[in-house]
Design a binder for this molecule. Structure first.
Ligand SMILES: Cc1cc2nc3c(=O)[nH]c(=O)nc-3n(C[C@H](O)[C@H](O)[C@H](O)COP(=O)(O)O)c2cc1C
Length: 185
């Protein structure tokens, strides 16, 4: 069943090691009928190429706040009105800090500030970074502002640590998006 048919979802990708899982998130949401547009932070392109995400999503990947090819030059606001849900996965500690402060120094941050829909973040980072007072305080503030925080999970981490900070697996994120929209109707 296409439970996400007609839904517009922006997947925000930031510069965490879990960015390699982003194509799977795109594919899983599309399999349920969602129209998925990807917005990347410039640094996330160190981890996964825009070409990969563009090929998988079959939509232009946006990563440039100053993209002059957009005729109305309002690309930094456009997707915020188009989206029914913004899912930032993975969400780095740095992105979370910028979002908490209300910064708009990259396209994804701007979009999150201007979005008219709910915003989900899926934190993904080293367990020490996650447990830090700064990250915990940032998440607490964002939660108070009704940002939905999904995860993180516990387990083995890319750096060799074991602890809480892993991004939720794509299949869990897929289920949570489906659940989110089923509760909205
Ligand atoms: C190999 C490597 C892996 C990294 N993995 C993570 C990560 O999983 N989570 C995180 O919060 N930061 C991670 N970082 C640090 C971020 O890439 C860095 O803070 C970056 O500025 C975040 O950019 P962005 O939030 O604009 O995408 C990693 C850095 C390196 C070099």
């Amino acid at each position: 069943m296409l439970s996400l048919q007609g839904k517009h979802i922006v997947l925000g990708v930031t510069a965490g090691i879990a960015a390699y899982k982003s194509p799977e998130i795109v594919r899983r949401l599309q399999d349920h009928g969602a129209d998925v547009r990807v917005v990347m932070t410039p640094r996330s392109e160190e981890f996964i190429t825009p070409l990969t995400l563009q090929s998988i999503s079959r939509n232009v990947v946006e990563d440039d706040i100053f993209d002059r090819s957009l005729p109305d030059s309002l690309g930094h606001l456009g997707l915020g009105s188009w989206a029914d849900l913004v899912v930032v996965a993975p969400a780095t500690a740095d992105f979370i800090a910028r979002f908490r402060l209300g910064m708009g120094d990259d396209l994804l941050s701007c979009l999150c500030l201007s979005a008219r829909c709910d915003i989900v973040i899926a934190p993904a980072m080293n367990q020490q970074m996650y447990a830090s007072a700064a990250t915990q305080s940032n998440l607490e503030i964002l939660q108070k502002r009704n940002v939905l925080i999904w995860g993180p999970d516990s387990g083995y981490q890319a750096c060799g640590d074991i602890g809480k900070g892993r991004m939720l697996n794509p299949n869990i994120l897929e289920q949570k998006v489906i659940e989110y929209f089923s509760k909205k109707v």
